[in-house]
Design a protein around this ligand. Structure first.
Ligand SMILES: C[S@@+](CC[C@H](N)C(=O)[O-])C[C@H]1O[C@@H](n2cnc3c(N)ncnc32)[C@H](O)[C@@H]1O
Length: 248
C-alpha cells in the first residue's frame, strides 16, 4: 500500500483483521500507537490465524488515508469485541467516524448454538448458495478438506464443530479463506460509498469479496493481500465476476 500514489481511490471497502487474540492491555496499545509504533499481540487470532492477531495500527491506516481521495468514505468491518480498537486506530490515522452499520447474521459462531442448523431446510439451500458464491471462478482450484478449512483440525473431531472454529465447516470447498464475505453485502457497501465511475480500494482483500462485488457493480477495484494463496483466489473470483458482468 505504501507504494501506491496518494489520492488514488474514491472509496475504501474493507474487512481487515479483527484482532481476535487475547484481550490486550489498552495502556500498552495506546503507548505504542501514540509513539507511532505497531503493537504486537501474542497468539493467533480467528481460527489461530496470525494475520488476525491484532487490528491494523494507525501507521497502516495512515497509508489507507493517504491513498483515499479527500472526502472519500471508508467502510471498515470490525468485530464486536474489538470495534473500539479499530475505531481508535482509524481516528489516530486521521479518519473521522461518521456512522456505524450493523450486519446481523445467523451462523454457527455465537456461543454454542448453530442458528443455521436450527432452521434445517433453509440451511441446506443457504449453505449451497453461499458455497457457490465463495467458489465461483475457482473451478481450477483444488478442493479443501474440512480440516484444511478449519486451520488443521482433525477430520471428525469435536474441534471441527466447535463454534470457535466455524461450526460445522465441511470440506469440498475451493475457497479456503476463513472469513469470506457474502457478495450481496459487499455489492451494497461498494455502491453505498463509491461514486459512479470511481475506483474502490480494499487494503485487506483476502479472497477478494470486495473485488468480486465491485466487478459485478461495474467498478474497477484495487486490492492488497499479503498471502499469495488468498491473492490467487481473489484474482480468479474477480476475473469470473468481470466475465459474468460482461456477458449480461
Ligand atoms: C478478514 S480477512 C479479509 C477477508 C475478505 N473479506 C474475504 O471475503 O475473503 C483479512 C485479510 O487481510 C490480510 N492481511 C492482513 N494484514 C495484511 C497486510 N498488512 N497487508 C495485506 N494484507 C493483509 C490477511 O491475509 C487476510 O486475508
Amino acid at each position: 500500500m505504501a507504494s501506491l500514489p496518494a489520492n488514488s481511490f474514491d472509496s475504501i471497502v474493507t474487512d481487515p483483521p479483527y484482532g481476535l487474540s487475547k484481550q490486550p492491555n489498552m495502556r500498552e496499545v495506546l503507548k505504542h500507537w501514540l509513539n507511532g509504533d505497531d503493537y504486537t499481540a501474542s497468539g493467533g487470532g480467528f481460527m489461530g490465524k496470525s494475520w488476525d492477531s491484532f487490528v491494523p495500527g494507525p501507521k497502516t491506516w495512515e497509508q489507507a488515508f493517504r491513498v483515499l481521495k479527500p472526502g472519500g468514505y471508508a467502510v471498515v468491518f470490525a468485530g464486536s469485541r474489538t470495534v473500539d480498537l479499530m475505531a481508535t486506530s482509524l481516528r489516530l490515522a486521521g479518519f473521522e467516524v461518521v456512522d456505524m452499520l450493523h450486519w446481523l447474521y445467523g451462523s454457527g459462531f455465537p456461543k454454542s448454538m448453530d442458528i443455521g442448523k436450527a432452521i434445517d431446510a433453509q440451511d441446506a439451500v443457504a449453505e449451497r448458495r453461499a458455497r457457490q458464491d465463495r467458489d465461483e471462478g475457482l473451478e481450477d482450484f483444488a478442493l479443501a478438506t474440512a480440516g484444511e478449512m478449519t486451520g488443521g483440525r482433525a477430520e471428525g473431531s469435536d474441534g471441527l464443530n466447535s463454534p470457535r472454529s466455524g461450526a460445522g465447516r465441511t470440506g469440498g470447498a475451493r475457497n479456503v479463506h476463513p472469513t469470506v464475505k457474502p457478495t450481496a453485502v459487499m455489492r451494497w457497501l461498494v455502491r453505498l460509498v463509491t461514486p459512479p465511475g470511481g475506483i474502490p480500494f480494499d487494503p485487506f482483500c483476502g479472497s477478494g469479496s470486495t473485488l468480486k462485488a465491485a466487478a459485478l457493480e461495474g467498478f474497477n477495484a484495487v486490492g492488497c493481500e499479503m498471502d499469495p494463496q488468498y491473492a490467487a483466489i481473489a484474482r480468479a473470483r474477480e476475473e469470473a465476476a468481470r466475465c459474468k458482468k460482461q456477458s449480461t
